[in-house]
Design a protein around this ligand. Structure first.
Ligand SMILES: [Fe+2]
Length: 233
């Protein structure tokens, strides 16, 4: 097991020309994270999974995503960036999709499920650039919280989100729930946006808590926050 500090040092020490999909995947697979070292970045919400920035530079960003039982991401892509993930706590299902039909001018896109994969116990995965559309799910049947670590290179602030009910897609902005263990300022920004939007009232205020895994409290820092406009893994 390695601490998050050593994990970040290791990633930063990879030479630019070697920061490839396969090399970073091998690095993640060979360096399982000590969960206690990332506990300060855990924030939980009953209404949505949370995106918590641990480290960011010009080359990559590293995030911990915290999933309550039953929470799922939107179907999304990763803006043509390289992406990797590992699940140090709990278990997550990945569902990949392929494009059956697309008309970009009309924001129309019909998707079809392809393969699925399950991640737990620090197993590593990478987003295949040939088939980059996917969804991450903490299925109710898994019956537990989960935490996933995500590395994106380069960092990106928007991506495409797909709706299968309407066979449509749109570009959406991305936000952090917390940055370096502290709630990010978007909370207040998005609260303002929510007040001016038509989002249903139950989404206008939620309570998040920061806690250590397996029920051990890290910090009793409940807070009120607005529903994030978009959360993407
Ligand atoms: Fe993703």
């Amino acid at each position: 097991m390695v601490s998050i500090e050593k994990f970040i040092d290791g990633l930063c020490s990879i030479p630019e020309q070697d920061f490839t999909c396969d090399n970073v995947y091998r690095f993640i697979a060979g360096n399982p994270i000590d969960v206690d070292s990332i506990a300060p970045f855990f924030f939980w919400s009953k209404n949505f999974y949370t995106r918590n920035l641990i480290y960011r530079d010009e080359r990559f960003e590293l995030m911990a995503l915290c999933w309550e039982r039953g929470q799922v991401s939107r179907i999304h892509n990763h803006a043509d960036q390289m992406c990797w993930m590992t699940v140090p706590l709990g278990k997550l299902r990945g569902q990949n999709f392929r494009v059956v039909e697309i008309d970009e001018g009309k924001a129309f896109c019909k998707l079809e499920e392809t393969d699925t994969f399950d991640l737990s116990d620090c197993l590593a995965a990478k987003v295949e650039l040939e088939e980059p559309i996917h969804q991450i799910l903490n299925l109710s049947e898994f019956n537990q919280r989960a935490v996933s670590l995500h590395i994106y290179s380069k960092p990106f602030e928007k991506c495409l989100s797909y709706c299968r009910d309407t066979d449509s897609f749109k570009e959406v902005p991305l936000f952090y729930t917390s940055i370096s263990g502290g709630l990010s300022s978007f909370q207040s920004l998005s609260r303002k946006a929510i007040q001016n939007s038509s989002l249903p009232k139950p989404f206008s205020s939620v309570v998040c808590t920061a806690s250590k895994p397996r029920g051990r409290k890290y910090a009793v820092s409940s807070f009120n926050s607005a529903m994030p406009l978009t959360f993407i893994t």
